[in-house]
Design a protein around this ligand. Sequence first.
Ligand code: HEM
Length: 245
Amino acid sequence: MSGVTRLIEPVRTAAVVVRPGGIRSRVGWMFVLLTALAIVAYSAVPYFTASLESLADSGAAGLADTYAEKPALVQGALYVHIVGGATALLLGPLQFWRGLRTRAPRLHRWTGRVYLAGVGIGGLAGLVIAPSSPAGYVGFFGFSALAALWLVTGWRAYRAIRRRDVPSHQAWMIRNYALTYSAVTLRIWLPILLLLPLVTGQPFDFDEAFANAYAAMPFLAWMPNLVFAEWLIRRRGLPSYRLPV
Ligand code: HEM
């Protein structure tokens, strides 16, 4: 067996198996749902309220000033990306809701297909816009890696359920939604890192602090999420990964 195959070999861990449905799970699920709703309302919806040019002038949408100058293909990809990403972000929590899975399995299957379509088009469009990131090469590599992993984990989740392997499907969906949720964690990390110089008493220049904080986002937005996802997968006794020893 090659080193790479060993690295990604799924294992059933001996960790304590925690069944979802406890109070902590419910609070966590509600937190994820509310933060997903807030991010779609606050950072995705504004892009559909005016043209990129006027949004760039008013400053009403995050990166409108970056994308107002880009070719039509990149602008189109940005809109496709936002629609696909927002769809996945909002539908994801429904897919993890056990009540819906058991009471309405057909609905779960259909929303699952729409979720994966959102990931598919959002991820492909993400690959088109990544080279335009104001974070330069770091943005290109970090967001492209995120988009590639988003597509691969979605595909693995789909393949697993097609062969009726429910535990693997659940594990891949947890990884996939952890990546989708990077849209939220990015917008939590960014203000923290932006304001850190103020807290630590360093001289504060907004543009410099923003560029510095944003440079960390293409990797910081999703890497901790994947670690957390793997912890959650083990805690639930689902097929996890192990590092070669
Ligand atoms: C998980 C895979 C994702 C990838 C690879 C990805 C990639 C990107 C990239 C490369 C950009 C441009 C950033 C830049 O120029 O620096 C972007 C912007 C954006 N993405 Fe995503 N994204 C993902 C998920 C999502 C999700 C789930 C949403 C749902 C709301 C979303 C909403 C947005 C929005 C609204 C923007 C515009 C920038 C802003 O105003 O903050 N993305 N994304």
